[in-house]
Design a protein around this ligand. Structure first.
Ligand code: ADP
Length: 489
């Protein structure tokens, strides 16, 4: 193919036409002349003239055809290059430099070449624009967390972004998706969502639906708000597919669930002592009117105990709410010896009641920068729990020590509160720091717990940039560790 291109076809056609035309004209002229002037056509002179004319006309036709075809060659090459790069190289051969072809001054076909050059410039600009647009939309699609999928009318995947792939496509499916062979039904198994896609591509109806679906992301089941819109040709309004956007709302749902549970738990916790107070007040009133006073002290004591519990609950709820609002702690240098001794002293009646021995040790550190009231609360909650849930006659060990910098982690000051009580079964440990979570509800209420103590401890540590953890063994005991960053100021 490469060898044939000159453009030879055009050259030969022009050459043959010109040669036929010239020789035909010559023959016609000689014929007419011989007829009009009645001279002998077949003389030696005429034959020599005729033969010479034939060869000269052939040579002239060759030259004319060449001069006619040569400038066209460049026009054809330009058009070819614009139409198809591969074909251009195939036909022209690699030796033609594309840039010099377009940069050369326009020849005989000046207007045509100029028009082609203009078209090429416009096409180049448009191509660059398209490449930029494609790059930008690719970047947007990759950076948005939502899954985006574009499907054809027969429910095949035409396009999907990394968010969609991460949730719903296996590695093999991603690799095979180049052939557009992946059906939506192979990827999503949720009938209501498939129905919505079907409705969009067949009837042109969009829609939104919230569904829980199993995904390939760790954690499996996730909630999605799925919006599906039909795609129509802007001019003809003919449907040519649908676009689905999968917005992951798992965290939102979880937060909503936690809020619902919190309100339920808080109402329940408040209602129990309130019901008791109301009940005892009614009985007390009846007895009072009837002149019976022998049980009054018991009633009043119970009412007072429950009001104390209500006050404690409300105060814990307020503390949690303040901590969750992320109010920055007011840091001060606190003497660890002093604060620990104060808290231990305050809790000693409780410890004496249960015959629990509290000891404390402070190792290699003397002070900590923290919010004093918050630090006291951490100590009080943990030591009180160790006494409450420890065994009678048991012991509680409180320990402060400095943990030096290791594995790139800044130095910390860690508190451990350890008891030798009943311990906590491992299945409870992951949820222990949740609000109102109790291992044994009845036991917690009996010992005056609100179920908020450990949650408060966790929030205080978070507010200080620290962390809390628990280690427990059933029948052996429990150890809580709280690590505060060792701040200079
Ligand atoms: P509560 O007010 O019920 O004590 P907390 O949030 O302080 O609430 O503790 C949550 C639950 O964790 C408690 O109800 C208890 O079951 C368990 N718990 C806390 N500390 C200990 C401990 N030292 N030993 C055994 N169980 C504990």
């Amino acid at each position: 193919m490469k060898k044939r291109f000159f453009p030879w076809r055009l050259f030969w056609k022009f050459f043959v036409s010109l040669a036929i035309l010239l020789n035909g004209l010559c023959l016609l002229t000689m014929g007419v002349a011989s007829y009009v002037f009645n001279f002998d056509f077949y003389t030696y002179k005429n034959l020599v003239f005729g033969t010479s004319f034939f060869f000269i006309s052939m040579l002239g036709s060759l030259i004319f055809a060449y001069r006619f075809a040569l400038p066209l060659r460049r026009v054809i090459l330009k058009a070819l290059r614009m139409a198809n790069k591969q074909l251009f190289f195939q036909i022209s051969g690699r030796e033609i430099d594309e840039e010099s072809l377009f940069e050369a001054e326009p020849g005989e076909y000046f207007e045509l070449e100029q028009a082609l050059d203009q078209i090429r410039k416009k096409m180049k600009k448009r191509r660059e624009q398209l490449a930029h647009e494609r790059e930008e939309s690719q970047a947007i699609m990759t950076s948005i967390g939502d899954g985006v999928v574009n499907i054809s009318p027969d429910l095949r995947l035409l396009y999907f972004n990394s968010g969609f792939a991460a949730h719903f496509l296996t590695k093999d499916q991603i690799r095979g998706s180049g052939e557009n062979s992946l059906m939506l039904t192979q990827v999503l198994r949720d009938p209501p969502i498939l129905d919505l896609f079907d409705l969009a591509v067949k009837e042109g109806h969009g829609g939104n639906i919230q569904r829980q679906m199993s995904t390939l992301v760790t954690g499996g089941l996730r909630y999605f708000s799925v919006t599906i819109n039909p795609l129509r040709d802007p001019k003809t309004r003919v449907l040519y597919g649908a676009l689905g956007i999968f917005h992951d709302i798992t965290e939102l749902k979880r937060a909503e669930q936690i809020r619902i549970e919190f309100v339920e738990n808080a109402s329940h916790e408040l209602r129990t002592p309130l019901t008791t107070v109301k009940g005892y007040l009614e009985t007390f009133k009846e007895d009072f009117h009837a002149g019976r006073t022998e049980q009054s002290t018991f009633f009043l004591n119970t009412i007072s105990k429950n009001v104390d519990r209500l006050t404690e609950l409300v105060s814990d709820l307020l503390t949690i709410s303040t901590l969750e609002n992320g109010v920055a702690p007011e840091l001060e240098n606190i003497s660890l010896d002093q604060v620990t001794a104060d808290v231990v002293e305050r809790l000693s009646p409780m410890a004496t009641d249960k015959n629990v021995m509290i000891s404390y040790k402070i190792d290699g550190v003397s002070s900590l920068r923290a919010d004093p009231s918050k630090l006291e609360q951490v100590l009080e909650n943990l030591i009180a729990n160790a006494i409450k849930y420890g065994k009678p006659g048991g012991r509680v060990e409180v320990n402060w020590k400095k943990v030096e910098e290791k594995f790139g982690q800044a130095p910390q000051i860690c508190l451990t509160v350890k008891d030798n009580g009943q311990g906590i079964a491992s299945e409870h440990l992951p949820r222990l720091f949740e609000r109102f979570y109790r291992v044994d509800k009845a036991r917690s209420r009996e010992v005056g717990g609100t179920g908020l103590g450990l949650s408060i401890v966790k929030h205080i540590l978070q507010n200080h940039g620290g962390s809390v953890s628990v280690h427990s063994e059933v029948g052996v005991g429990t150890e809580f560790s709280c690590c505060f960053p060792d701040r200079v100021n």
